[in-house]
Design a protein around this ligand. Structure first.
Ligand SMILES: CC(C)(COP(=O)(O)OP(=O)(O)OC[C@H]1O[C@@H](n2cnc3c(N)ncnc32)[C@H](O)[C@@H]1OP(=O)(O)O)[C@@H](O)C(=O)NCCC(=O)NCCS
Length: 160
């Protein structure tokens, strides 16, 4: 299978925080809503790389650095960092934009692992990643390291 560059998987998604997304009292966005947006944004990047359906296998820890408020614009950017045999790591960065000033604040980032699946829901082999830029090469190596740590933490072996 030919290796694919991360740029082919890149995905950007923009959301507007509506009243139903917030915890009534302070007008602050629910963390679970951001998690859903991250899962969708990153999942689309994973599907682009895998060329078909994927399932979310894991999400690494999430830290919310600043609150997101009613009326804010939320910009999510995702891209595949690394692919193993059937799984990919996708990085997703979340920024919040104040529409009045257009100022953007970094809110959180997440690393998600998706597994490509066949019609029976079983893992399916996918193409390797071919990092092109220096930044992508750095992300690739860091993602490989995170994968090893993740597999160690869940008692799986890295297959190496
Ligand atoms: C993800 C899933 C298909 C893996 O099935 P499995 O029988 O464990 O498959 P395998 O042991 O062959 O592992 C397949 C790949 O998944 C990866 N994987 C499995 N569990 C993982 C986890 N918790 N975190 C990271 N990677 C994981 C393995 O490392 C392997 O990757 P590789 O082939 O690139 O080396 C299966 O666990 C599943 O269907 N889970 C539910 C997914 C789902 O419904 N997600 C939505 C959230 S509710």
């Amino acid at each position: 299978m030919n290796a694919l560059p991360p740029r082919l998987s890149r995905n950007e998604m923009t959301e507007l925080v509506m009243p139903a997304h917030t915890n009534g009292a302070g007008g602050v966005l629910f963390g679970g809503v951001v998690m859903q947006w991250i899962d969708i944004c990153a999942g689309i990047a994973a599907m682009r790389h895998a060329g078909g359906p994927v399932v979310t296998a894991s999400i690494d820890r999430l830290d919310f650095l600043s609150p997101i408020h009613l009326g804010d614009v939320v910009v999510l950017q995702a891209q595949v960092n690394f692919a193993a045999h059937t799984s990919v790591e996708v990085g997703c960065r979340v920024e919040t934009e104040d529409p009045r000033t257009r100022n953007r604040r970094y809110t959180t980032k997440a690393y998600l692992t998706f597994v490509a699946v066949d019609q029976n829901g079983r893992p399916r082999p996918i193409a390797p990643v071919l990092p092109e830029t220096e930044e992508e090469k750095k992300r690739f190596l860091e993602a490989e390291q995170r994968r090893a740590e993740r597999l160690r933490a869940t008692g799986r072996n890295t297959g190496k």
